[in-house]
Design a binder for this molecule. Sequence first.
Ligand code: FAD
Length: 411
Amino acid sequence: MKNKVTMPDQDKSDRVIIVGAGPVGLFAAVRLVNFGIPVTLIDKIPTVSNDMRASTIHPPSLEMMAPYGITKKILETGIKVPQWQIRNHTTGDKVVFDLNYISDETEYPYRVQFEQSKICEIINDLLERHPLSDICYGTEFIAFSQDKNGVSVKVRQGNQENTIHGRFLIGADGGSSAVRQQLGVEFKGSIYPERTVLVTTTFPFDLHIDELSSVSYCWSKNGNFSLLQLPDLWRASLYFPENMSPDEALAEEHVQQQLKEICPIDGPFEILDKRVYRVHQRIVNQYNHDRVILAGDAAHLNSPSGGMGMNGGLHDAHNLTEKLNIIWSQGNIDNHNKLLDLYSRQRKPIAEEQIIKQADENRKRMTEKNYQKRQKSLEALQVIEKDPVMCKAFLMKSSMFEGLRKAEEII
Ligand SMILES: Cc1cc2nc3c(=O)[nH]c(=O)nc-3n(C[C@H](O)[C@H](O)[C@H](O)COP(=O)(O)OP(=O)(O)OC[C@H]3O[C@@H](n4cnc5c(N)ncnc54)[C@H](O)[C@@H]3O)c2cc1C
């Protein structure tokens, strides 16, 4: 992979500086350069991100990425998932949600299972070929200052430090955002008590478990797990036994035993990767701070249940860059606060009420251990599944359309 290791251009100042070449920073960059706005994008990692986290792309994100050819590339190898399910793995009882119910609303009535790292690669390639983009990996954000003309950003590459200038700074530098920390704003919320074990395996669960969807959220006797298919792989998120240390939970023997509880096979599972993670739900009070704007995980974090964090961040990038384009094309860059306030007013309530809240409800439903309560929520979902009107409404919300439409109503 060819990636620039040069220092960002110090002579330019008529540009947007983006910190963080995760999916959100990259998507913001590709949108801006296509609007004709020069971008310098920096990331402290040495090359395009190979982050393993997100695997689910929802229909609105596919719509937003389509004009740049990103969706076409994703669909070349990504797995289309028109139906996803919640199942009681012990009894086989399940509810199956079919996105065909929303086929009158979108050209993409399915989720796509595709790695976050591959989205980053696709967008990175587009940017490397674009004359208005300047991507610098191996370049760490250190500090910023801002005044009525623009922003100055101190960056470090190895032992060398430099200051670069731009009109706006987008902090898309993830959950531990240094940009957010320097803004000094509170990242209000909490950390979930449980840990989760994330295992990647080549084992084809769909060939061994009857009627399994490529996206399946499951209750088992002792906990819960999810099985998510990716091109050539499956990702299993496994419950973390309360009395174990991370090392014990990750021990080969224990992981093999947990996988065998899901699907009893004779030999061992081929495991490509295993790790433990813990998640937060948090949000800042305001996304824009004059010329410095937060997007994606830097602004909000949620449980991965339902696959909405990266998607929500892509929607932030889409909304924010639309505002920056208007500001830029009006040629009145100094009069920006009204539109950037609107970005924050549109996106923050959606993150709170649609993404964080929905992900929290999904997590609560799946971590429930009481059999009767599980059965009750399964039966309630089966009522929704069988009613076309309720089912469409449920899918519009879980596919993130409802949040986007609510945001459009905020003026
Ligand atoms: C197990 C798991 C599964 C998930 N699955 C899904 C899913 O299926 N669907 C979904 O929508 N979401 C999912 N998510 C959430 C998703 O991964 C995140 O929401 C997404 O990565 C956020 O993207 P981002 O670009 O905002 O931040 P990040 O992906 O964290 O990128 C931030 C970038 O900023 C860089 N950076 C940080 N600090 C600096 C600095 N000081 N200077 C320069 N660069 C810096 C980092 O190197 C990084 O490359 C999942 C999360 C987890 C934990």
